[in-house]
Design a protein around this ligand. Sequence first.
Ligand SMILES: C[S@@+](CC[C@H](N)C(=O)[O-])C[C@H]1O[C@@H](n2cnc3c(N)ncnc32)[C@H](O)[C@@H]1O
Length: 200
Amino acid sequence: MTDNFAHRATDWDKPSKIEMTDIFVAALLREINLEKQWKAFEIGAGTGLVGLQLLPKLNTVVFEDTSEAMLSVLKQKLTGAEAVEIVHGEVFEYTKQDVDLVFSCMAFHHISDIDNTLKHLYNITNAGAKIVVGDIRTEDGSFHHFEPIPHKGFDTEELAAKFTQAGFKVLSTDTYNTLKRERVPGVVGVYEQFMLIATK
Ligand SMILES: C[S@@+](CC[C@H](N)C(=O)[O-])C[C@H]1O[C@@H](n2cnc3c(N)ncnc32)[C@H](O)[C@@H]1O
């Protein structure tokens, strides 16, 4: 499995990423009343900037990511006493059917097969489970410096239709943040981040 984040992992936790994930966490907490008995599954958990903030409010967090390097930074933050599971690989590696909450911040655009990912999420979640996905709306490719990635953001109507097709009920797809980034010299790009909330 190619680790596209290997060269970025050790300096991932910089102020811009911490701010971005803090904003996601705040938006999630405004929308979802977390329950202490819940088991959560984080897709593209990276170095744990989101999941480690939510862990104290949950029973267990499963941190899933395809990047061994990002997960290695996460592991360095753990004492061994936390109720966590770490899954290195695609979501399909996790096959238990016990998840109450799925969350993901800025990882969905890196996932090639969204349809099968959503089908799999349906299989691993409990009835009534909540799904919270934060990502960027459709952009011109500049956000990733025109590098090839699976999705240049998402049209939330299309993404919501895929969730519905997989069996979920989509509750909202509101914008929760706007990023301004100078990806092209002299041009400040504006990238809207949406939060898709769905339930099973
Ligand atoms: C932009 S980073 C976001 C990391 C973290 N969620 C955060 O906000 O700090 C995207 C993450 O998704 C992971 N990723 C890429 N493709 C993936 C896939 N198919 N399944 C799961 N994770 C993936 C990357 O390794 C990386 O850690």
